[in-house]
Design a protein around this ligand. Structure first.
Ligand code: ZN
Length: 667
């Protein structure tokens, strides 16, 4: 349970402190020094899995959006664009719970019936057709960049379709995994019973067996990070030879229609083989149940309460430890926006948000920070002791070509042809998914537009995107990350470090394999690549020693890209701050202490503040098993303890826990 665990973590932190009683807490545990009082004083509400700077800003943005959506829906005069009109109707359909109850499964029923009646011969075409909308299926095609030529689009076929969060959840023997499996079985039974097609025990066994065989074919999270391993060009003919017995043409045509391409990318060939084998050998009844369950699982949050509550109890309660649902408005916003604002109507949410909470001044200051931090990276590359001149030149070309997207798109999408019905919530989700797929398929023959946004402007996150881009939505250009009125030190320690992190992603162990335009192409001299890998391995080893839960360590290779980006990001943000301060001094300004701290001290304090957080044990375990980010505490401790500038700012001595005797440096 979370509360006692936190107390244990505190006791450990204080015991560590006692062992270094003569040393300041800043030098023994900087996270406890900055965030200890906040952690002790901040409760984790029943409807949260996590609380911290990111989460608090998300909640604040959602409150702002919730009020703006209610206003928008009530006053048609405010619906001044195609996006805002559709947003108002979508919101009305989601907020009216009585209407959702009355409508029941009506909009989903035709799909459920087709899934329930599918024949073995009809299975490939139905799987292809369902891939045009949202259920999580074994193979998930989508239109994206061609990894080998980022000016072109390509169909990338991803893998999925597992009801449990991780492939190994089907086979692990620990108590938490057994609880997950039991919970998933109960969840499947609840959804199917609520839909009027109850699952008997033998049918449930067959369904789980089908998923377990798919799971066995899946890559691990570490394997998925290898861009070479997921870059597998295929044609229909080569796929038919590799994974025989499945009508691949029927499958792909049902998905792509007249735009069906001659070749495509298959990220996990083993999953395609497993799908072909299971489509031939597994009982057809198991497939029918499986597809019904995938549809119900996907759309449960937009269905009557019996479905939504079952979904919450498993996916939020058991998997992430929540005790209560967030507000209705927050849930509707999450549905409209999708994960990281990537859903079809996410951009319209961003349009509404930007009208309320973003200014041209913020944009200007953020642009200056990106320029300073990019210059810092340029100087670091020049000074690297382990990289040869030709590789440095290629790295500089890549850095110079990096495209920054800040705030929001220059133009809002017009949503032509998308019908949103104010009385049909689940229907709106399905229609917008289908519309989106059609839009993306229409772009397949077009050249890639690198100015395109793939996330909504209200998102509290930042991205290193394909095509050598970095993206900072207006939603994260807010306190405590960024404040246009604040001093440089707090902004560079906050959003500045996030900017540095995203820049470094294009030079992390995965990102470094892509070139200046985002093609998967090796631009490294072999000895430079070897020197890089040796340093990256030190980072993996360091994090592999951290143990966030008893007996569960960080997987240093699974989290490697994020951790390398934290290491590099903090250093170039710090250097960027020095560039900003020099500019002010050159203009005759004096840099005052703020709250009694030097700019350098404030920089590190601001950084520890953005990573502070507390998390439920279930959510933490899920993140350690399936995620790519280390828990916030280690995002503070790892990079900072390897930065001599920190030791200097706080008077720490070599050998203090926060001052590594041999700091790890990559960038
Ligand atoms: Zn990252």
């Amino acid at each position: 349970m979370p509360a006692p665990r936190l107390l244990i973590a505190f006791a450990a932190a204080f015991a560590a402190h006692a062992a270094h009683a003569e040393r300041p807490l800043a030098c023994t545990d900087f996270n406890a020094h900055v965030n200890g009082a906040w952690e002790a004083a901040t409760p984790l509400a029943p409807d949260r899995a996590r609380i911290g700077s990111f989460d608090q800003l998300r909640q604040a943005n959602d409150r702002l959006l919730g009020a703006a959506l209610a206003e928008l829906a009530a006053e048609p005069a405010r619906q001044t664009s195609p996006g805002l009109q559709r947003l108002a109707a979508f919101y009305r359909s989601g907020i009216d719970e009585a209407a959702i109850e009355r409508r029941g499964l009506a909009s989903l029923q035709p799909l459920l019936e087709r899934a329930g009646a599918v024949t073995r011969e009809g299975l490939p075409a139905l799987l292809g057709e369902l891939a045009r909308i949202g259920p999580d299926l074994p193979l998930r095609p989508g239109v994206g960049f061609d990894l080998n030529d980022s000016t072109r689009h390509r169909i990338n076929i991803g893998a999925g379709g597992l009801g449990l969060p991780d492939r190994d959840d089907y086979t692990r023997s620990d108590a938490a995994s057994q609880r997950l499996r039991e919970g998933y079985r109960a969840y499947a039974k609840r959804l199917m019973a609520a839909a009027g097609t109850p699952l008997a025990e033998p049918a449930l066994e067959a369904l789980i067996a089908l998923e377990a065989q798919l799971a066995a074919a899946h890559f691990t999270p570490v394997q998925r990070r290898n861009p070479q391993a997921v870059n597998n060009g295929r044609t229909l003919a080569s796929l038919a030879a590799e994974a025989p017995g499945f009508d691949w043409k029927a499958w792909l045509t049902a998905y792509a229609g007249t735009t069906t391409p001659a070749s495509f990318n298959l990220s996990q060939p083993e999953v395609a083989k497993a799908l072909a084998r299971l489509a031939r050998d597994a009982p057809i009844e198991a497939w029918r149940d499986y597809l019904r369950l995938r549809l119900l699982d996907r759309y449960a949050p937009t269905l009557p309460a019996a479905f939504e509550q079952a979904h919450f109890d498993f996916r939020s309660g058991l998997v992430r430890g929540l005790k209560a649902q967030p507000t209705r408005a927050e849930r509707v916003i999450a549905t409209i926006g999708g994960p990281n604002g990537s859903a079809p109507l996410g951009e319209a949410l961003g349009e509404l948000y930007v009208g309320k909470a973003y200014s041209p001044q913020a944009q200007q200051r953020a642009l200056q920070m990106v320029a300073d931090i990019r210059l810092a990276m340029q100087r670091r590359i020049d000074a690297l002791p382990w990289m040869s001149a030709p590789t440095k030149a290629a790295a500089q070309a890549k850095l110079a070509a990096m495209v920054a997207q800040i705030g929001a798109p220059a133009q809002w999408r017009r949503y032509e042809g998308l019908v949103i019905d104010p009385a049909d919530y689940v229907g709106n989700v399905i229609r917008s998914e289908r519309w989106w797929t059609q839009q993306r398929l229409a772009e397949l023959p077009q050249p890639v537009d690198r100015t395109r946004w793939n996330t909504s402007a209200n998102t509290v996150n930042a991205f290193a995107a394909g095509g050598n881009r970095i993206v900072f939505p207006a939603g994260i250009l807010q306190p405590p990350f960024f404040d246009e009125m604040a001093d440089d030190a707090s902004n560079y320690g906050g959003i500045g470090m996030v900017i540095g992190h995203e820049i470094t992603h294009h030079f992390d162990d995965r990102g470094r394999q892509f070139d200046a335009v985002g093609n998967l192409r090796d631009w490294w001299a072999p000895e430079d690549a070897a020197a890089y890998k040796a340093r990256a391995e030190q980072v993996a080893q360091l994090y592999g020693r951290y143990e966030p839960l008893p007996g569960v360590r960080i997987n240093g290779h699974q989290m490697l890209g994020e951790n390398i980006s934290d290491f590099g990001g903090l250093r170039i943000a710090f250097d960027g701050l020095q560039i900003a301060l020099e500019r002010r001094r050159a203009a005759g300004e004096t840099i005052p202490l703020v709250d009694g701290q030097t700019p350098e001290q404030r920089f590190f304090t601001a950084n520890a503040i953005i990573w502070r957080g507390k998390m439920r044990e279930e959510a933490l375990l899920n993140q350690l098993r399936t995620g790519s980010h280390s828990p916030g505490r280690y995002r503070v401790l790892g990079p900072i303890s390897n930065m001599p500038a920190f030791a200097q700012a706080f008077g720490c001595r070599p050998g203090d826990p926060m001052a590594a005797t041999e700091p790890i440096v990559i960038w």
